[in-house]
Ligand binder design. Sequence first.
Ligand SMILES: Nc1ncnc2c1ncn2[C@@H]1O[C@H](COP(=O)(O)OP(=O)(O)OP(=O)(O)O)[C@@H](O)[C@H]1O
Ligand SMILES: [Mg+2]
Length: 360
Amino acid sequence: MHLAHLRLRDFRNYARLDLDLSPGFHLLIGNNAQGKTNILEAIYLLATLRSFRGAGGAQMTRHGRAGYFVGGNVIGQGEHEVKMYWSSQARRLTLDGRAVRKLADYFGTFRAVVFCTEDLQLIKGAASRRRRFLDLLLAQTHPTYLALLQRYTRALRSRNALLKRRLLDAVALESFTHELLATGSQLIQHRRELMPRFSPLARLAYRRIATDEEELRLEYQPSVQNDFAVELAQSRSRELALRSTVVGPHRDEIRLLLEARSAAQFASEGQKRSIAIALKMAQAEYLTGIHGTAPVLLIDDIMGELDAKRRGGLLPLLGRAHRARSQVFMTVTREDWPAELGRDLTRWEVEAGIVKLAES
Ligand SMILES: Nc1ncnc2c1ncn2[C@@H]1O[C@H](COP(=O)(O)OP(=O)(O)OP(=O)(O)O)[C@@H](O)[C@H]1O
Ligand SMILES: [Mg+2]
């Protein structure tokens, strides 16, 4: 799978950009604040419809403009053309010229995994970060997961809104409870099934890149212990007191353990960084295993920070992506990429929102 063409209009610091892209390894070289990460952000947006920096549409629109456009040609199972337009008035997403009505229909088109400094929040941040990571992985591998998650989220919001009213509408509450249980049970099931498959990949990835001998394990801690319906009913007095739904997969935790101890509490900074990379490597491996083709890898800033051992651990993944004619995009500020990568790279120079092939 690879992106054959990227087109940007009024996206971040790009007034217009049209890039033809081959499979293989792309290095984006440039000084700080020139627009390297912005390109990765646009590619990730095409894959997930989200910014990995958590930015909204207004933030990604070039200053002084009304909206942005990001388009791409993706070659995977056949060729597809994706177009996204955003402004405060209108949003459009088309796939091969047709409006996308259900996001779930779109999600399999293009898969990407991003490695960035924000990944550290997977370890240090709130449980919602880890749930989002899991949800993305499940959306990237199960055609029905995203729709299920959206239904659950809607039912949860409506239910919480009802709980906040002074007079409880028991009939309406019952109907949202029904929807919550139906969709929530399936979310739990998906997450439960994923964990024993994913955790060993993360363990292996950690072993490859970490400088210590400790073992990484992921543990799913569902908010629901046995029976969602029973536990939700039992929580009634608490939810009336707190005016919000206190049991369900929106309260799930995914614990990251090093030698059975909480990584958030006990791991060193270096270990946390290695765990973050291991999770992303495992995500890429898992997607490759399920779909038979590697996702596009977007690597922002992290390589320069890694020592030789950790770089060495990441290289096989990059090498495999390269050999499988998949694609890797990597940003660097100086051209100090170690020789182990070889010379078979496309090098782009990024300067003030202009991208040019580097002279060799
Ligand atoms: N909405 C926007 N409109 C115009 N310019 C923007 C917008 N958002 C960000 N920029 C500009 O984009 C540039 C930053 O781009 P980017 O984050 O891609 O830099 P970078 O090349 O990755 O730098 P670094 O090496 O520091 O990470 C900055 O100059 C910033 O002012
Ligand atoms: Mg950057």
